[in-house]
Design a protein around this ligand. Structure first.
Ligand code: KG4
Ligand code: ZN
Length: 402
């Protein structure tokens, strides 16, 4: 089954064609990250307008990369190869979701294809089912020319091409992923908007057993980066700088939150207070004026100490969750923060055991992409979920995984 998947929940416009939930026939991502780096965060109105400008060329490119083109006219997409359409409809930015869902609805009606609306967090979890050997990211020259003709150079960034064995851009292989997560499993979903521990007894069944009571972990990385004068998105910037810093230089508190819940707003404030204290400034000193006063060593030490504390907090809760769910056979990490290198090594050190397998998505699938939407939709269909009426599907900026 070939699914055309579309993702526009935040600031990435993405389309992919996925075969049987694992094989990536094409995967196109256009990121707006360069636009929002200037502002230090996403501006929803600009994000929605940018999606609108590129969504159709991005979808067209996903057909071209998959080789799904009409034999008598290679410039035209071959819709006969597509069995279903999947689209992120919740949660996310209202205007951004609107562009993806309206496009998917229109295409489903036009080409008479079943349409499956997908929850964004399910997609992040199912990124772990993708065959990472199949990945190839590509914005073709024509697409980037098209985009650059309409926008200042460098405004759009495609993820770097992943070369084929024959040196061309395209599919790498059709090999099945050798090992997939086993059920029951625990998923740690860590993104810009969410921090949740989810128990999955089997496919497409989600029980939230822990959640953040305030900020999400990714949001905390982004806010701490801002205090330290590092660019948006903060996670990769902190992680890179932390490599040069002393992780034990500044002692930051671990919040005492009951059960399996999290809290990250206190950690962000603790970093702010520690920076003010280090610089002998009062707590009324504006946060945006602190960064230029820090030495590069102090900035790196704060990045390292914060990263270590944040990762420790995540893993401590995960350990507690594993103790209360002893039957769990796999641990699955999902969402943008799961790209974090320290988290990956620390989790493997801490939880490696013959009875527990640990899965991280390939780092290029940790952030938002459409391939994971195609994987999630496939397993929904396998679980008996019926398509939605394309005239009726709605979008929800906020909603819980179900
Ligand atoms: O899943 P995602 O791409 O978008 C949402 O659905 O929110 O997650 C984005 C978040 C951002 O907050 C970003 O700073 C964080 O993921 N992130 C990281 C890393 N890479 C991205 N956080 C920590 N370490 C990283 N390497
Ligand atoms: Zn996401």
């Amino acid at each position: 089954m070939n699914i055309l998947a579309i993702e526009t929940s935040c600031d990435e416009t993405a389309a992919a064609i996925i075969q049987d939930g694992q094989k990536i026939l094409s995967n196109v991502v256009v990121s707006q990250i360069d636009i929002f780096a200037k502002y230090g965060g996403v501006i929803p109105e600009i994000a929605a307008r940018s999606h609108l400008e590129v969504i159709l060329p991005v979808i067209h490119q996903s057909f071209q990369d998959a080789g799904f083109i009409l034999s008598n006219n290679p410039a035209l997409d071959d819709w006969s190869k597509i069995d279903a359409i999947a689209v992120t409809h919740t949660p996310g930015l209202l205007g951004s979701l609107l562009i993806g869902t309206l496009t998917a609805r229109t295409l489903a009606i036009l080409h008479n294809k079943p349409l499956f609306p997908v929850h964004h967090l399910k997609s992040h979890i199912y990124a772990n089912w993708l065959n990472s050997q199949d990945q190839h990211y590509k914005i073709s020259q024509e697409t980037s020319n098209f985009l650059n003709s309409r926008h200042p150079a460098g405004r759009y960034r495609g993820i770097a091409p992943f070369p084929r064995e024959d040196g061309r851009n395209g599919h790498v292989s059709r090999i099945e992923k050798s090992e997939l997560p086993n059920f029951p499993l625990l998923a740690l979903v860590i993104s810009g908007g969410h921090t949740q521990i989810i128990h999955m007894p089997h496919h497409n069944h989600f029980e939230i057993i822990g959640t953040t009571r305030d900020d999400a972990i990714g949001e905390c990385f982004d806010k701490v980066a801002k205090i330290l004068g590092l660019p948006y998105p903060g996670g990769p910037a902190i992680s890179k700088l932390a490599l040069t810093g002393n992780r034990h230089q500044y002692k930051l508190p671990h919040p005492q939150v009951p059960e399996l819940d999290f809290s990250f707003s206190g950690l962000k404030t603790a970093v702010l207070r520690a920076v003010q204290h280090e610089l002998n400034q009062p707590i009324s000193f504006p946060s945006h004026q602190l960064a230029p006063l820090l030495s590069s060593k102090q900035t790196a030490d704060f990045a390292a100490s914060f990263e270590q504390t944040a990762i420790d907090i995540l893993l401590e809760k995960l350990e507690k969750a594993l103790l209360s769910h002893p039957n769990v056979r796999s641990l699955v990490f999902a969402g943008g923060v799961s790209a974090n290198h320290l988290l990956r090594t620390a989790a493997k050190d801490r939880f490696q055991s013959p009875s527990l397998s640990i899965f991280f998505p390939d780092p290029s699938f940790s952030g938002d992409n459409a391939a994971m939407v195609g994987a999630a939709a496939f397993y929904e269909i396998q679980s008996g979920v019926q398509p939605s009426d394309p005239f009726c599907i709605n979008l929800f900026p906020r909603s819980s995984i179900r």
